[in-house]
Design a protein around this ligand. Structure first.
Ligand code: ATP
Length: 210
């Protein structure tokens, strides 16, 4: 469970998030909706521990972000550009990353690559991937360690129609496994088909939650 307790985020003099209060439950998918600049990405960044709140608290399973923990301990993240190393294959990227936490096996890596609709035996460098393939690879990176919190900014960007269906199914399965999923999207279909709750952000404030 993620408790967002009246957080405000200020960068220089600008207030980016204003007194945001919300509770995200395990096993649910939440969609963040709002105009360009509404604060969706910044909200995801704050939840990921990538920016610090100016006031309020984010509590992840009882631990306060920035106090007891620097980052959510079990986090899958896709924000803006993917972080895959272009000079390696996707498998090698995930194998290298898996050395850090040592929670994912080679089987987990292979299965995740297949689940995002990519070939498990593709030895090409990520640099040679198409845009949509890179995006699928980035989703694989966010999911391969079976994290309990999954934060995704525009996950279906650049993905073809069949792939979008695949990714939606995949995210529904992740929620069924018990993950909390929060995704920012301009794709209304993604939000309405996937999200248990749609949170509307406007000028850094939650204006509705349906
Ligand atoms: N690196 C930054 N430094 C300072 N302000 C920033 C930075 N990045 C974004 N902002 C500001 O934070 C506010 C929220 O931006 P954010 O990127 O969260 O919007 P968004 O809802 O994700 O928009 P979009 O739909 O365009 O992705 C905007 O006013 C933006 O100008």
């Amino acid at each position: 469970m993620i408790e967002v307790k009246n957080i405000t985020v200020k960068i220089k003099k600008e207030t980016i998030l204003k007194d945001v209060l919300y509770i995200f439950e395990a096993g649910k998918i939440y969609g963040l909706r709002g105009r360009n600049g509404a604060g969706k990405t910044m909200f995801l960044r704050a939840l990921a521990g990538l920016i610090r709140v100016s006031s309020g608290r984010i509590v992840v399973d009882g631990e306060v972000l920035g106090e007891n923990i620097d980052f959510p301990p079990s986090l899958g993240l896709l924000i803006e550009n993917n972080n895959l190393a272009p000079e390696f294959s996707l498998t090698k990227n995930l194998k290298l990353l898996s050395q850090i936490k040592k929670v994912a096996t080679d089987d987990d890596i292979e299965q995740t690559i297949a689940r995002v609709g990519l070939a498990t035996n593709d030895s090409r460098k990520v640099a040679k991937f198409s845009l949509g393939m890179k995006q699928r690879g980035a989703i694989a990176q966010a999911l391969f360690e079976k994290p309990s919190l999954i934060l995704l900014d525009e996950p279906t960007n650049a993905i073809d129609q069949k792939g979008v269906i695949q990714i939606r199914e995949l995210l529904a399965e992740e929620a069924q496994r018990g993950a909390t999923i929060i995704l920012a999207s301009h794709n209304l279909e993604d939000l309405t088909l996937l999200a248990d709750k749609i949170i509307d952000l406007s000028d850094g404030e939650i204006v509705s939650d349906v």
